[in-house]
Design a protein around this ligand. Sequence first.
Ligand SMILES: C[S@@+](CC[C@H](N)C(=O)[O-])C[C@H]1O[C@@H](n2cnc3c(N)ncnc32)[C@H](O)[C@@H]1O
Length: 233
Amino acid sequence: MDNSEIKEPTISEQKAISKLREQIIDRLKNTAESGTEIDYLGKKFFVKRGVFWPRPDSMPLVENFVIKPGENVLDVCTGSGVIAVFAALNGAGKVVAVDINPDAVETAKINAKRFKVEDVFDVRVSDVFSAIKENEYFDVVTCNPPFTDEPSDDDMASRTLRDPGLRVAKDFFKNVGAHLKKEGRIYISQANSGNVHDMLKLADEAGFISKMIGKKEVGENSLEFYAFELRKK
Ligand SMILES: C[S@@+](CC[C@H](N)C(=O)[O-])C[C@H]1O[C@@H](n2cnc3c(N)ncnc32)[C@H](O)[C@@H]1O
């Protein structure tokens, strides 16, 4: 699988996908006050209102990433904690999961208990790496960030999908190298409806080689989700 497999949606497909984004954000905002349960790869995850539901966008990553027994994992933009939970179930020795949304942090803690991995879990409110200490290093950093550089309302549900000016992506690549062990690797998601080419450019400029490890076509409009493995050059 290589990065040239990225399919470019047409302008009308982009418009349809943009509508879909709006619908997803509305659904997150209108989640029941008590939260809801979402089926994902045979598991039932809990989500609080406004927290990103586990969705197919993370599947290429979750179905293809490699976690060796005992590895230290950091999951940035954890949302429901879905990627962090799978990292723990795959054998991670410790998983730090961070998100800017306090309700996401609460949700991830609930899911860690639900899947009996709370002993290896440490969940923090963090603006990208702000809650990661200088001397914390990881074998693996995972991230399913907001994909798209477009104007956004300032609520947490909108910020799950929109990253105006790619501030989150830029912050991620500015700081991730300082928290990766020497032979460490990154697993990151993106979509052809998002700024996948900008993200790969940021990765390259930050000194990483990227390789597509998974891909999922979803419904109409040529929408595709990707997972990439990044290693230091
Ligand atoms: C597309 S969702 C992914 C959630 C989860 N990892 C998944 O795969 O389902 C993006 C997540 O990034 C979080 N986020 C947005 N801006 C952030 C920031 N500056 N720092 C940390 N997390 C952020 C959102 O709250 C949201 O939970």
